[in-house]
Design a protein around this ligand. Structure first.
Ligand SMILES: Cc1cc2nc3c(=O)[nH]c(=O)nc-3n(C[C@H](O)[C@H](O)[C@H](O)COP(=O)(O)OP(=O)(O)OC[C@H]3O[C@@H](n4cnc5c(N)ncnc54)[C@H](O)[C@@H]3O)c2cc1C
Length: 484
């Protein structure tokens, strides 16, 4: 199939998958609150098929097929540049508001393709399966969701230290595969995906008395798999064009004796097996995040400017400073996206060219704060105007009066109300709040990641500089407090 079209994607959604929302199983290709997002994902696939987009959105694989650019195994900075251009093109389609557009997980699958080479030293059977899973995803242009963590994890008391065993576990191993039961979180885009990629989060099974990691993929319609949805959050109408089209949905996956055939198990190793190639997965995904966030930040800046213009509050220095700060965030994210490529490193184990890990990690961590600040600034710029925005039907009823009392400096009353309703959709609605939570948590809590950045940073250069100023010997004496 190689490059899928939107209609092929939509047809594949009608496969009997079990998606449960508000007490009922729903057909996501038709159900209110779901169908518009399915159409947005379909739009991505149609977009990549536009003749004008062919060079940006696809490449010719070693099989001679035209395949999605995000599936590329990057071997050079030029490959990373091409992949980032494809990320940027899709991000533009949704203004960066579909964080889990299919290219996100395609990047993960491509990393698995590279990691399969590392697996060869551990277990050649796993290596071959991992490679096959990657090639299958690329050839069929599949849309993946992923699960990793524990829903409603309850930690043991600090004195006991260790992590609780995951509720999701291998209940049996059979000749056909692993049988899985339990729950996993949090699968964004799950109702709209073809497949689920379960990342090895916690030891899912015990073999020979030892905890083992299991990693597997499975169709989103697998027997025994239920997707449990949160509330739908999309609005309706012209001013909710963002939330109505881009409600990605987050689900808890409930596995009830799901059989994972052996060929879908890409990892089954003792829990203490080291995986030096894991940063490869992280850096690729984080590069996608950084590029997407450039588009999203541009949307924030555009809204902030138009809102300031609407009431002429842009004449005040405090308002200008806020918008200027947002422009700084935009420039920073663009710089991270470029630094990821310019500072890319060759991974000798996989042969992949990896986006500069420190740049993309810093970009993702900082964006969790940038985003919160931009929400705050946008609310600040609009004030009570957000609550002075009647519905379209009321505007119809009021007719000419709307022009007298609801217009902005340059816009008609109707367009001015639409501007504020659009901005409210992004920063004040339930969907907007979910976006803010997403940017804070989707890659793990930023506080913990900042702490980890400190613990793992090579301090030699920084400490050496201070020691030089103090004319102290080159090493020893000081402690960051982070060791041990
Ligand atoms: C909208 C959304 C979509 C998501 N989509 C996906 C997805 O598609 N796939 C997926 O796998 N995951 C997804 N995630 C889950 C994401 O991976 C988790 O949110 C993330 O790993 C953090 O875990 P947590 O939410 O359980 O928070 P926790 O880690 O439990 O953190 C909660 C609070 O406790 C504090 N805390 C926790 N542990 C410590 C500690 N050791 N020391 C100090 N403080 C601590 C944190 O600082 C934080 O304030 C999504 C999350 C969100 C919000």
């Amino acid at each position: 199939m190689a490059l899928r079209t939107g209609s092929q994607y939509l047809a594949a959604l009608r496969d009997g998958r079990t998606v449960i929302h508000d007490g009922r199983a729903v057909d996501v290709s038709e159900a209110p609150g779901f169908a518009a997002t399915a159409a947005t994902v379909a739009q991505f696939y149609d977009f990549q098929n536009l003749a004008s987009m062919a060079e940006i959105m696809s490449y010719t694989s070693e099989d001679g097929e035209r395949v999605g650019m995000a599936f590329i195994e990057p071997r050079s900075r030029e490959d990373l540049r091409r992949r980032a251009a494809a990320y940027a093109a899709w991000a533009e389609v949704s203004c960066g508001l579909m964080a889990r557009s299919p290219d996100y997980m395609s990047t993960c699958l491509a990393a698995l393709g590279g990691i399969s080479r590392v697996f060869e030293g551990v277990d050649p059977v796993l290596a071959a399966r991992a490679r096959k899973i990657y090639i299958d995803a690329r050839t069929r242009d599949l849309c993946y969701t992923h699960t990793f963590s524990e829903p409603f994890k309850v930690l043991p008391p600090a004195s006991e230290g260790s992590e609780p065993a995951p509720s999701c576990r291998v209940v049996r191993e059979t000749a056909d595969g692993l049988v899985i039961s339990g729950a996993r979180a949090l699968a964004t885009l799950a109702p709209f995906s073809d497949m689920n990629f379960d990342l090895p989060g916690g030891a899912l099974c015990v073999r020979e008395g030892q905890p083992w990691l299991a990693g597997f993929v499975m169709p989103s319609s697998a027997p025994g798999l239920r997707w449990i949805c949160r509330d739908t959050l999309g609005g309706s109408g012209r001013e909710a064009s963002l939330s109505s089209r881009c409600d990605e949905m987050d689900c808890v996956a409930l596995f009830d004796e799901c059989l994972i055939p052996w060929e879908q198990v890409y990892l089954l190793v003792p829990a203490d097996t080291p995986f030096p190639a894991m940063p490869l997965v992280m850096a690729g995904l984080q590069h996608h995040v950084v590029v997407r966030c450039v588009a999203k930040t541009r949307l924030f800046v555009g809204l902030a400017h138009l809102i300031a213009e609407s009431s002429r509050v842009g004449q005040f220095v405090n308002v200008r400073a806020k918008i200027g700060e947002m422009i700084g965030f935009l420039n920073t994210m663009e710089a991270f996206a470029m630094a990821a490529i310019e500072g890319a490193i060759e991974d000798p184990e996989t042969g992949h060219c990896v986006p500069h890990p420190a740049s993309v990690e810093a970009g993702v961590t900082m964006y969790s704060e940038f985003h919160g600040k931009m929400v705050h600034h946008l609310l600040d710029l609009g004030g009570s105007r957000y609550m002075s925005t009647p519905q379209a039907a009321t505007l119809d009823l009021l007719g000419g009066l709307v022009e007298d009392h609801f217009r902005g400096r340059a816009e008609s009353g109707r367009d001015n109300v639409a501007l504020f309703r659009l901005a409210w959709d992004l920063v004040g609605s339930g969907w907007g709040s979910r976006h803010n939570l997403y940017e804070r948590f989707h890659f793990g809590d930023a506080t913990l990641r900042k702490s980890a950045a400190y613990l793992h940073h090579d301090m030699d250069g920084a400490v050496g500089m201070v020691r030089r100023l103090l004319k102290l010997p080159a090493a020893g004496g000081f402690s960051t407090g982070a060791e041990g």
